[in-house]
Design a protein around this ligand. Structure first.
Ligand code: SAM
Length: 243
C-alpha cells in the first residue's frame, strides 16, 4: 500500500507509524547497516557504554524494536539485572524476541507491547530508562518524556539516542542527498519498500533539534538535562535525571 505522509493528519500518525514498522520489521536490521554504513552499531555501543547503570539494575528500553540496545544493556546489568523491552509494534517485538532467543538470551528479559506515551508501570520502577531511535516516532513526545520521568527511581537516568541536526553547513547537502535520494532507493532495492524509508528520512527532519529537545526534557521534570552530539550532530544523546 502507498500513502502520502505529508497528507496524513497528525491524529493518524500513530497508525501510520504502525504500518511503517510492520512493513520494515523483517528487513530492519539489514537496512540499519546499509543506511548508516554500520555506524549505528558504534552509536548504540557508545550510548550503552556511557549509561549510568550498575549490576543488578532494572532497566526499561522503550521503542526497543529488534533489541539492539536491550542486548547491549544486559551485559551491563549482569545476571542479577533485568531489562524490559517495550515497543508499540507487535511485529518488531516478535522479531526482537526471536532474535534474542536464537542467541540464547532468555533469562532477565521481558517483552511488553506498550505505548511510550502511557507506560503500564507504577512510579519509580526503573533505575534507567532508554529510548533509541524511537522518540521521533512518538506522536506526543512531551507525554513520553513525562512518563519516562515518572517511572524512574530518584537518582535514575533517562537517555535518548536520536537523529538530530547536523552542525556543519558543508555536510548538510551531502546528508540531504543521502536521506532523500539514496535512502528510498536502498529501501526499494533491499526491502521492496521505498515509502517507509522516505518516511524515516522525513521524520528525522521534523524531530526537535538538540536545544529544543533539551528544553522539552527540562519541562518534563528532568534535572540536569543535557546532550552530546555524535558524528557531527547526525545523532545526539540527551540525558536527564530524576531528582
Ligand atoms: N530501539 C531500536 C533500535 O535502536 O534499533 C528500534 C528503533 S525503531 C527505528 C523505532 C521503534 O519505535 C519501532 O520499533 C516502533 O514500533 C517504535 N515505536 C514507535 N512509536 C512508539 C510508541 N508510541 N511507543 C513505543 N514504541 C514506539
Amino acid at each position: 500500500t502507498h500513502f502520502g505522509f505529508r497528507d496524513v493528519p497528525t491524529g493518524d500518525k500513530q497508525k501510520l507509524v504502525g504500518q511503517v514498522f510492520s512493513s520494515v520489521a523483517g528487513s530492519y536490521d539489514l537496512m540499519n547497516d546499509l543506511m548508516s554504513l554500520g555506524i549505528h552499531r558504534v552509536w548504540k555501543r557508545y550510548f550503552v557504554a556511557t549509561a549510568q547503570v550498575r549490576r543488578g539494575d532494572r532497566v526499561l528500553d522503550l521503542a526497543g524494536g529488534t533489541g539492539d540496545i536491550a542486548l547491549l544493556l544486559k551485559d551491563r546489568v549482569g545476571d542479577t539485572g533485568s531489562i524490559v523491552l517495550g515497543d508499540i509494534n507487535g511485529d518488531m517485538l516478535r522479531v526482537g524476541r526471536d532474535r534474542m532467543v536464537d542467541r540464547g538470551k532468555v533469562a532477565g528479559f521481558e517483552y511488553v507491547q506498550m505505548n511510550a506515551e502511557a507506560l503500564p508501570f507504577p512510579d519509580a520502577s526503573f533505575d534507567l530508562v532508554t529510548i533509541a531511535f524511537g522518540l521521533r516516532n512518538v506522536t506526543d513526545k512531551d507525554a513520553a518524556l513525562r512518563e519516562m520521568h515518572r517511572v524512574l527511581k530518584v537518582g535514575g537516568q533517562a537517555r535518548v539516542l536520536e537523529f538530530s541536526e547536523v552542525t556543519q553547513d558543508w555536510f548538510k547537502p551531502i546528508y540531504d542527498f543521502h536521506s532523500f535520494k539514496v535512502l528510498p532507493r536502498l529501501g526499494k532495492l533491499f526491502a521492496g519498500d521505498a515509502y517507509s524509508y522516505q518516511y524515516l528520512a522525513e521524520s528525522i527532519r521534523k524531530h526537535p533539534p538538540q536545544d529544543e529537545l533539551k528544553a522539552m526534557m527540562g519541562a518534563a521534570g528532568f534535572a540536569r538535562a543535557g546532550y552530546r552530539n555524535l558524528s557531527g550532530g547526525i545523532v545526539a544523546i540527551h540525558t536527564g535525571y530524576k531528582a
